[in-house]
Design a protein. Structure first.
Length: 157
């Protein structure tokens, strides 16, 4: 977690601005830090584990042709829109040579997950399957961004 947090702090800096080294800022569990992002990633996994959406159960849900996203509130819509911005942000990061665009995307998704948790119950509701699909999409996008940034993910805190 520590090494990934240091990497994230380095990469989120805009290459055209002055760099200030600070372990306190790198390892802060709140705000735009690697620790916070990994915590939000682990929360997604935790909800999926609680609902027993792992392994075969998740594969079954993903392969079900009847399983579809049904966006039912603002927080779901905003999270889905943040996920859909991924190709655009990757393209802009490559074009402008600014990796901080990917860190900004990762942080935006983490913030939207927090808002989603506060406003939407995922388990034990009629929208459960749709929300689990949204969480799985979120997990995949976050994992891809972590990999592109050279950060290792964790399963539990």
């Amino acid at each position: 977690m520590g090494i990934s947090s240091v990497k994230y702090y380095d990469l989120k800096q805009n290459r055209t601005q002055n760099y200030v080294f600070s372990f306190d800022k790198m390892l802060d569990p709140r705000g735009n830090t690697g620790v916070y992002l990994l915590y939000m990633y682990v929360r997604v996994l935790s909800i999926m584990r609680k609902g027993n959406y792992e392994g075969e159960a998740l594969k079954t849900l993903l392969s079900d042709p009847e399983a579809k996203f049904k966006i039912s509130n603002k927080s779901e819509r905003e999270l889905a829109i943040a996920l859909l911005r991924l190709p655009e942000q990757i393209d802009l990061a490559m074009t402008d040579l600014q990796l901080n665009r990917l860190t900004d995307q990762l942080y935006e998704i983490a913030v939207k997950i927090g808002e989603f948790y506060q406003q939407s119950k995922c388990l034990g509701v009629p929208e459960e399957r749709s929300r689990i699909l949204l969480l799985e999409a979120t997990r995949k996008v976050m994992q891809l961004l972590f990999n592109l940034l050279g950060m290792k993910t964790i399963e539990r805190i």
